[in-house]
Design a protein around this ligand. Structure first.
Ligand SMILES: Nc1nc2c(ncn2[C@@H]2O[C@H](COP(=O)(O)OP(=O)(O)OP(=O)(O)O)[C@@H](O)[C@H]2O)c(=O)[nH]1
Ligand SMILES: [Mg+2]
Ligand SMILES: [Zn+2]
Length: 302
């Protein structure tokens, strides 16, 4: 029996890093068939069934190999669906300062998705070179809110010049860190900046919103300073899946310290005696944060 960590999955073939190097193998049938079952289910209507299906091995899993096949995987520390990965220490939320446009709603959705799964988020702003000083300070002031109220750190980089990269080493070493974000945000470029020998293919920004030639297609883990960094395919939009209207008050933890006059207040504009609206007016809650709340509320209230 050999133990290893899955670092890539492509067309049913797993790359597993073992103490003797990387091997390419498949998973035993009992694990494969479960994956097919999962794939064939419509994830909305059959959510209950899905919950009962044991997942097949995925990138990040520690697996046991017997007779040149993956036989089983060890219990997971955690598991995410978007991106589809297991045993993660932190998710680096990769956002371009521009190109594609910065979206606070996307950022907030993303943070909710990661923290709901008990994984630590870190915000990385790429392409800081595309902002002038004024724009940079404005963005920085807003993102400081996330540090002060949600304890989420933000780092700013220019991957093409290597600016801000050194600071990242400290937070990445000895950890499994996954880069996730919109297509064209600069995930692969950031990995190239961290591991210059790599030369991962990156896509031209003009293709970023279409199907760029070099857009990343699979999740891959790369060894980095005693840990791993993971590149993932970008997405063009993140849907509000897995959230429920009744969870809203638990999700927006930064709203919790403000009290409303009525216990069942949904904090919508014009709510009488709403402590949240008052906090927004007093600039204690970030306006974009409140807008994200309203947008998600509307999304879930359909
Ligand atoms: N100016 C500037 N351009 C950058 C920076 N980082 C990345 N880019 C450019 O942004 C484009 C997209 O970069 P990628 O690294 O391919 O983006 P990605 O997030 O891996 O995209 P997907 O694989 O499609 O998810 C490329 O043209 C990069 O050269 C940066 O810090 N500054
Ligand atoms: Mg990429
Ligand atoms: Zn309220």
């Amino acid at each position: 029996m050999i133990e290893g960590r899955i670092i890539n999955l492509n067309g049913g073939v797993y790359k597993v890093l073992t103490k003797d190097g990387v091997i390419s193998i498949k998973a035993r049938g009992k694990l494969r068939s479960k994956k097919m079952l999962v794939n064939s289910l419509n994830n909305k209507s059959n959510k209950k069934v899905l919950d009962n299906v044991k997942d097949s091995p995925k990138v990040g899993d520690i697996v046991l190999i017997e007779n040149d096949m993956i036989d089983s995987y060890l219990p997971r520390k955690n598991s995410l669906i978007r991106p589809d990965i297991a045993n993660v220490d932190q998710i680096l939320l990769i956002f371009a300062s521009k190109e594609p446009d910065f979206s606070f709603y996307l950022l907030d959705l993303f943070i909710l998705n990661v923290t709901k799964n008990n994984i630590k988020p870190v915000i990385i702003i790429t392409k800081k070179d595309l902002l002038n000083d004024e724009e940079f300070n404005e963005l920085k002031n807003k993102l400081n809110y996330y540090k002060d109220n949600l304890n989420i750190d933000t780092y700013y980089v220019n991957s093409l010049k290597g600016d801000g990269i050194k600071l990242l080493e400290e937070i990445l070493k000895d950890k499994v860190s996954i880069l996730s974000g919109q297509t064209g945000a600069g995930k692969s470029s950031l990995i190239n900046a961290l591991i210059p020998d790599f030369n991962l293919k990156t896509q031209e920004i003009s293709e970023a919103l279409g199907r760029g030639k070099h857009t990343t297609r699979e999740i891959s883990l790369y060894s980095y300073m005693g840990g791993f960094i993971g590149d993932t395919p970008g997405f063009s939009k993140l849907e509000a899946i897995g959230f429920k209207l009744e969870d809203m008050n638990d999700l927006f933890v930064d709203f919790k310290k403000y009290k409303c006059k009525f216990k069942n207040c949904n904090h919508k504009p014009n709510s009488l005696g709403c402590g949240i609206i008052e906090a927004v007016n007093n600039k204690e809650i970030l306006e974009s944060r409140y807008n994200s709340y309203l947008k998600l509320y509307k999304e879930l209230d359909k």
